[in-house]
Design a protein around this ligand. Structure first.
Ligand code: NAI
Length: 509
């Protein structure tokens, strides 16, 4: 079987015209497709049609499409009364409530209504495509078609084949996605599909390190924006999405993967979820919001005036030591050149995935004078330093004062293998690699989906290649060793490419 998605009379049905359904209708109609839509709540489809009409008019006002095209698109949308009216559709997209029984009941009904070659798809965000299909008589023509909110702005659509889905179905959906002006990415059914799996790396690792007392959530956000290059920090993002969405999704992914520790949920997220401290929608999440939804956060602490008498940089990490010495020279530090630090020197180490304690003890350095500096990420917009539990506060302040002396802010965190950004980005890479290794999607598609669906500055593979595959692998190996927690074990995809010294993108022949 096949479906020519470019046929002029292509007709798509959309069931459920809430936040997602209406966006899907809009982009389908704008793509020249006739759309039939319906909703169980009386009046809902009419409200949606009015809303979509306004959105299309606005797009015309902004010059994104001509007025004629906008009104032609609006005219292609038809409200129908019942699911029975979906009979002429070539594809029916379900965007109803996220409930397995409701979705299964709907597809059982639709199977009896539409023609045998009509494709049936679900926009589910968290249910298994294979599980929804399991009760269908015609599961071979069923797939996932996962859009992102708000649909007109988010170009990505995940095309997900379930265990029983036939290839022609996803071939057609890839074409349909393009006709709807989307950027479709093809993948095999997996918990959290692709984008929502990778998103756990960002939010959960950030939450775990805050729970551990490494840094405050606003410091983590600042670091991930300024050092990691993310548009939003993980906690700002969770406030925007709402913990009522993020926390259950995290629990589902963890359990659907049979308690895979990489996806272990966070207690601080759970507590806030239970307390109803959900984010912007409750005006209080990690941050609080005023009537204009302005986010409040504590001002950054001023940098101390203290400076070290002299600084000794450990040569143990050659690349990091070179970068740091260059910076310290620019800052006019009194750099010691001896093989060992003098008795009073501030000792700077530049670990990759190690905590300051491990760096100090394995190198035989005085932990009271050791401060670690993250040199793996650019030190241009912000610098990160961390202490051992024994670091003398005067040494910490001297390091802080010196590294902030050119006006670049410094974040001081407590001891942590991988500081803040190293460990969060390493988790994103590790999850990306496990998606590739599990053959859920290809590395280029994973990067494409992550940059489009999550707005990250890089996808996991680009991050790995930019930071160095071996560096990211070392971060994870060190975290795994120091924490003795399988959560941090490097995925075999990454391990092999690190051993071979090749790009993380390298496929198997
Ligand atoms: P929503 O609550 O805004 O809209 C759901 C609509 O479906 C409502 O208008 C409701 O009246 C209607 N409905 C419920 N049961 C129905 C039935 N049996 N027959 C016909 N209409 C029915 O929900 P939203 O956010 O649009 O989500 C819809 C689906 O899209 C869910 O599966 C959700 O997980 C998924 N999704 C949601 C995203 C989001 O950010 N909101 C992102 C990606 C997917």
């Amino acid at each position: 079987m096949s479906l020519d998605v470019n046929r002029p009379d292509l007709t798509v049905g959309v069931i459920g015209t809430g936040a997602m359904g209406r966006g899907i209708v809009q982009v389908a109609a704008a793509g020249g497709i006739t759309v039939l839509m319906t909703d169980a709540r009386p009046g809902a489809a009419a409200e949606a049609k009015e809303f979509i009409g306004k959105m299309l008019d606005r797009a015309a006002e902004k010059g994104q499409m001509s007025k004629d095209d906008a009104s032609a698109a609006t005219n292609r949308i038809r409200i129908v009364d019942s699911h029975k009216d979906m009979k002429p559709c070539h594809v029916v997209i379900e965007a109803i409530v996220e409930n397995l029984d409701a979705k299964r009941a709907l597809f059982a009904e639709l199977e009896e209504i539409v023609t045998p070659d009509c494709i049936l798809v679900s926009n589910t965000s968290s249910l298994s495509v294979t599980t929804i299909a399991a009760k269908m008589k015609t599961s071979h023509r069923f797939a996932g078609f996962h859009f992102f909110n708000p649909v007109p702005l988010m170009k990505l659509v995940e095309v997900i084949s379930g265990l029983l889905t036939e290839d022609w179905v996803c071939d057609a959906l890839m074409g349909l996605g393009k006709r709807m002006t989307r950027e479709p990415v093809r993948l095999v059914d997996a918990p959290g599909f692709l984008v929502n799996q990778v998103g756990r790396g960002f939010s959960l690792e950030a939450s775990h390190l805050v729970q551990e007392g490494v840094a405050s959530f606003y410091d983590v956000d600042r670091v991930m924006r300024d050092v990691g290059g993310f548009r939003m920090g993980p906690f700002e993002l969770m406030d925007l999405t709402g913990l009522d969405v993020t926390q259950p999704a995290s629990g589902l992914i963890y359990n659907q993967f049979f308690q895979e520790q990489r996806y272990r949920p966070s207690l601080i997220m759970q507590a806030r979820y239970e307390a109803g401290v959900l984010g912007r929608k409750t005006k209080k999440g990690f941050y609080t919001y005023d009537a204009e939804m302005k986010m409040s956060q504590p001002a950054e602490k001023a940098a101390p005036a203290a400076r070290p008498d002299s600084v000794w940089v450990s040569p143990a990490e050659a690349a990091g030591a070179t970068k740091l010495k260059e910076l310290l020279n620019k800052l006019g530090a009194n750099l010691e050149v001896g093989a060992q630090p003098s008795a009073k020197a501030l000792i700077l180490v530049t670990p990759v995935g190690e905590d300051a304690t491990t760096a100090a003890t394995t190198q035989g350095l005085d932990p009271k004078r050791v401060v670690a500096v993250d040199t793996l990420f650019p030190m241009v917009k912000r610098r990160i330093i961390m202490t051992t539990p024994l670091t003398d506060p005067a040494m910490r302040d001297a390091a802080h004062g010196l590294l902030a002396s050119d006006g670049v802010p410094v974040t001081v965190c407590r001891d942590s293998p991988g500081f803040i950004a190293q460990r969060i980005v390493a988790m994103i890479v590790n999850i990306g690699c496990s998606i590739a290794q599990n053959r859920t999607a290809t590395p280029p598609d994973i990067d494409k989906a992550v940059t489009l669906g999550l707005n990250y500055p890089n996808g996991p593979f680009k991050f790995a290649d930019t930071l160095g595959v071996q560096n990211v692998h070392r971060i994870l190996e060190n975290m795994n060793k120091i924490y003795a927690d399988p959560r941090y074990r490097p995925n075999i995809w990454l391990t092999r490419r690190a051993k071979l010294g090749v790009s993380a993108l390298t496929p198997e022949t």
